[in-house]
Design a protein around this ligand. Structure first.
Ligand code: SF4
Length: 489
């Protein structure tokens, strides 16, 4: 099965929508490198998807793209397929936006997140359609919405909020020209909305950077459980809270790792939160701060935290770890062989005087441990005497069901070992994690408004909790995959 960590964007404009869609994707390319795609509406739906990064489009090529994807409304998507087949055919087949037909109408969606009760959904749709060929969560969700939309897209989204468990931030487009966006009742994945000063361009984006690059003013988050509906001529927009939960559950990992540092989450730039995470580590782990000669950071998401740590301690921050700019693969979503090679290729260590030094290495998270292990080995080769890992995200001990590919207990080094064991396995002298309460404080959010299930084992949705508990009590093989769909029944 596919589990995605993606970026979405939608635009409703008085002119052609392609240009804002394009820039909205470029700004969010960090959320997906495997494929990208556009879907626009003008006399029916027009779709284009391809593999790889969003391409560079020169000014003179724009006309051709706009002719290919005409219309004043559109949606767009960048994708990471975090598991499943990795051949080009599969990537292209699963590229989004994905379009399904229902009767004489069509609907396309772009989706960020992951569904939990997918077995139920598959059964429901198979019952209705006789056969269900869908291979991805996105196709299932799109089929589900299309099957309910004959009474109106608002009611289809309403049903989705009540029946579908998981993380989903969705933008969609119908062949009648209606554009819609919605976010799951817990708001696990981010989604925000903005408008230009003239009022003739409105956009919905996973992150605020998608609005900034289009010079749009931030109007606010799409609230958890909220649907935004644009009329088929794009002239009116309605916002409605269809579901309300007693809590939110924004993915904490967005703050530590996934979101761009210049995005705004909960009214605060992400980089500010990361700086505070670094300062926290300085205050909490004084014994190592006192011993350390140098701070280095694993590029690039740990750099803001390293700055905070440096500011708090006055210890020199040497940016001697550098990333090869065009090796864009994210190591932790590759399989283990690929991962090792990729890590070797992507991080370079410049010998900036490591010989005999005691070094604090700042990292955003440790998932499987192999990225960190490889980096530590490189630092040791350059002569580092002692290495203390300072990790901005708390210790990950549980799998994620909501769109980050860490789906098994046993692949997680933080499940298999305590801090001491982790240090031994990765070759560090100490591993110092962000305490959970410090993490919550740095975000400025109430801890109950964050999902930290991969740290606490307390899942914000019911079925996810049941699956995790059941698998945890029955781990028998190294390859036991928590995401066995049979467990949903
Ligand atoms: S389990 Fe962890 S990675 Fe998954 S949504 Fe929650 S905080 Fe994010």
């Amino acid at each position: 099965m596919l589990r995605e960590k993606c970026g979405v964007f939608a635009a409703v404009s008085s002119g052609e929508a392609f240009v804002p869609l394009y820039w909205g994707l470029v700004a969010q390319n960090h959320r997906g490198h495997e494929s990208y795609g556009f879907l626009t509406h003008s006399d029916g739906l027009k779709r284009y998807v391809d593999l790889g990064l969003v391409p560079r489009i020169e000014r003179e090529e724009l006309i051709r793209w706009q002719m290919l994807l005409p219309g004043k409304r559109g949606i767009a998507h960048v994708r990471y397929g975090t598991s499943g087949k990795r051949d080009a055919y599969s990537h292209l087949r699963d590229a989004q936006p994905m379009v399904v037909s229902h009767g004489r109408s069509k609907m396309g969606i772009a989706f960020n997140g992951n569904l939990v009760n997918i077995g139920w959904l598959r059964g429901l749709l198979a019952g209705k359609n006789g056969k269900m060929h869908a291979t991805s969560d996105t196709e299932l969700l799109c089929s589900y919405l299309a099957s309910k939309a004959s009474v109106g897209i608002r009611d289809a989204i309403d049903a989705c909020m009540k029946e579908v468990e998981g993380a989903y931030s969705v933008v969609g487009l119908r062949s009648n020209g209606e554009l819609f966006a919605f976010r799951d009742p817990l708001g696990i994945r981010p989604l925000c909305i903005g408008k230009n000063r003239e009022g003739d361009l409105t956009a919905v984006s996973s992150e605020t950077v998608g609005l900034d690059i289009n010079a749009l003013n931030f109007m606010g988050e799409v609230e958890p459980g909220e649907a935004i509906l644009f009329s088929s001529n794009g002239e009116s927009m309605a916002r409605e809270r269809l579901a309300s939960c007693p809590r939110r559950a924004l993915c904490g990992f967005e703050l530590s790792y996934f979101s761009r540092p210049d995005s705004i989450i909960n009214g605060k730039p992400v980089y500010k939160t990361r700086e505070e995470l670094g300062r926290n580590l300085a205050r909490r782990y004084q014994e190592y701060v006192r011993r350390a000669d140098l701070i280095v950071s694993i590029p690039e998401t740990a750099e803001d935290a390293a700055y905070g740590l440096h500011e708090e301690t006055g210890i020199r921050w040497e940016r001697m770890l550098r990333r090869h700019r065009f090796v864009t693969h994210r190591a932790f979503i590759l399989d283990s062989e690929d991962r090792k090679v990729t890590i070797d290729r992507k991080i370079n260590v410049a010998d900036g005087g490591l010989g005999g030094k005691r070094v604090i290495v700042v990292e955003d998270s440790i998932v499987r441990g192999d990225t960190t292990k490889t980096t530590i080995a490189k630092l040791r080769e350059r002569g580092a005497k002692e290495i203390y890992m300072f990790v901005t995200f708390p210790r990950i001990t549980h799998p994620c069901f909501y769109g980050i590919d860490m789906a098994t207990f046993k692949e997680l080094i933080g499940f298999r070992h305590d801090e001491e064991g982790i240090a031994k396995e990765i070759g560090a002298d100490a591993v110092c994690y962000q305490p959970l309460e410090y993490f919550n404080r740095a975000t400025g959010m109430d801890g109950r408004d964050l999902c930290m299930a991969c740290v606490t084992g307390q899942y914000p949705t019911e079925l996810a909790q049941t699956i995790a508990d059941r698998v945890k009590s029955n781990i028998t093989t190294e390859s036991c995959r928590v995401y066995e769909r049979g467990l949903e029944a």
